[in-house]
Design a binder for this molecule. Structure first.
Ligand SMILES: O=C(O)Cc1cc(O)ccc1O
Ligand SMILES: [Fe+2]
Length: 448
């Protein structure tokens, strides 16, 4: 039976600020934001000013990100960090260059959904399982891909990640996220970005599962639109940021930190959610994927999936991503004289895919909601045998790729290694995945 949970804090009637990357001004008490300056000698309500920066001070203005917080107490009020019990977060690993702990293979990989731990319920951070990744947070190069399967509230356990931004993709259950900049709910068919350094705590109302992509350098942004023009795909106005919210609570809190891939813990005597007002453009955001304005061919051929990019975290090389987050959204398929599913391909990028809901058109079996797959750099992949035959012979009338189907991809320019533990015990790896293409061996050259 499913566990019934209740979020610790009140999430009714939440308000949001609107727009991607905006400079928001928000206060939970009237006049709490200082007027005309960031750091007055004394702040309104005896608050303390603190800058929270997401880019180096000196990056060009267009990409500069920082927020000013007005807090009941500054963030320095905590006991010294100690390493966490190594058994507690044993599936959080960011040492992707370590051959001892990582698995390297050019094979196509696929996994079944991450199970919930019913015997010993896990909160969101405790439930994180690193599936795959590249690089190392120490040199700010790379990416990590995790699954979560949480069935316990974090409550007064507060987490911040020094190593990068988290892009969270819920597959089952709404997340009730309290951040130091305010509260957000994020459910399936929605996503959120929790930027590097942000303190947050996640509560639940039911067992909740999903995917996380962490980028060790840079930040996610909405992609340039090129010839598409000024509108389309994920429109800026549909992104939402929390508004200032605080709790003035004296109690024991645990403060967790992922720092260079290792988990540390300290305590505070009052709530870290003590930001009464803030202004700036370094903030979490959420986005409803149903607002995605999908573009597709209205003539022939299958466009490259970059046309479905919701967010991208660029590398230093223009057009090449640490991670492109693309979705396979509901859309009309109208291409004439065309093989309509994804073409067979070998890619210069690595592709981790997940399924949020329904069926993915290239894989009608074995890739249900909660499953994952990985096709590394130059690893051949494409539709399974049955899909190939069906799509090669189907009548090409306009068809709606239904609302219920929603898969996504984290596409990265890095070689991706998997953790050793996802190759055996933690997530069920599908040892027979390769079989879905074997019958294509029967294809014969036809010369008459
Ligand atoms: O491999 C996949 O299923 C993802 C994908 C989808 C698509 O429409 C085109 C290329 C591609 O890699
Ligand atoms: Fe692909």
């Amino acid at each position: 039976m499913e566990t019934k949970l209740k979020p610790t804090r009140d999430f009714t009637d939440l308000k949001y600020g609107e727009g991607f990357g905006n400079h928001f001004c928000t206060e939970a008490l009237p006049g709490a934001l200082p007027k005309g300056q960031n750091s007055p000698q004394q702040c309104p309500y005896n608050l303390v000013a603190e800058q929270f920066s997401g880019t180096a001070f000196t990056v060009p203005r267009a990409s500069n990100q920082r927020t000013w917080l007005y807090k009941i107490k500054p963030s320095v009020c905590h006991t010294p960090f100690k390493p966490c019990d190594p058994t507690k977060y044993k599936y959080i690993k960011n040492n992707f260059l370590n051959a001892e702990e990582m698995h390297t293979t050019p094979n196509q990989l696929r996994w079944k959904p991450l199970p919930y731990n019913k015997a010993e319920p896990k909160d969101w951070v405790e439930s994180l399982v690193t599936v795959a990744g590249a690089g190392d947070p120490q040199i700010k190069q790379g990416i990590a891909i995790y699954l979560y399967s949480a069935n316990k509230n974090m409550g007064n356990t507060v987490f911040y990640n020094s190593d990068g931004d988290f892009l969270v993709v819920p597959q089952e259950g709404t997340l009730f996220i309290t951040t130091e900049l305010g509260k957000m709910t994020v459910g399936p068919r929605e996503i959120c970005v929790l930027p590097r350094g942000l303190k947050f705590s996640i509560d639940l109302e039911q067992e909740s599962r999903g995917y996380v992509c962490e980028v060790f350098k840079g930040h996610f942004k909405i992609p340039d639109l090129g010839p598409i023009g000024a509108n389309g795909l994920a429109n800026p106005r549909d992104f939402q940021a929390p508004v200032a919210w605080y709790e003035n609570v004296e109690a024991d809190f645990t403060l967790l930190n992922k720092f260079q891939g290792k988990m540390f813990q300290s305590t505070t005597k009052s709530s870290p959610f003590n930001v009464v007002a803030w202004h700036g453009n370094y903030a979490p955001c959420k986005y409803n994927l149903d607002n995605f304005n999908t573009m597709n061919t209205v003539s022939f051929d299958h466009p490259d999936p970059s046309i479905f990019t919701v967010l991208t975290c660029p590398t230093d090389e223009p057009g090449v991503a640490v991670c492109d987050f693309a979705i396979f959204p509901p859309r009309w398929m109208v291409a004439e004289h065309t093989f309509r599913p994804p073409y067979y391909h070998r890619n210069i990028m690595s592709e981790y895919m997940g399924n949020i809901q329904g069926v993915y058109d290239a894989k009608e079996g074995g890739f249900g909601p909660g499953c994952g797959s990985l096709h590394n750099i130059m690893t051949a992949h494409g539709p399974e045998t049955d899909v190939f035959h069906k799509a090669s012979n189907s009548e090409l009338s306009p068809v709606k790729y239904p609302y219920e189907n929603l898969a996504f991809m984290f596409e990265s320019s890095y070689f991706i290694n998997t953790t050793k533990f996802v190759m055996d015990d933690v997530v069920n790896v599908d040892h027979d995945y390769f079989q879905c293409w074997q019958k294509l061996e029967d294809l014969k050259l036809q010369t008459n």
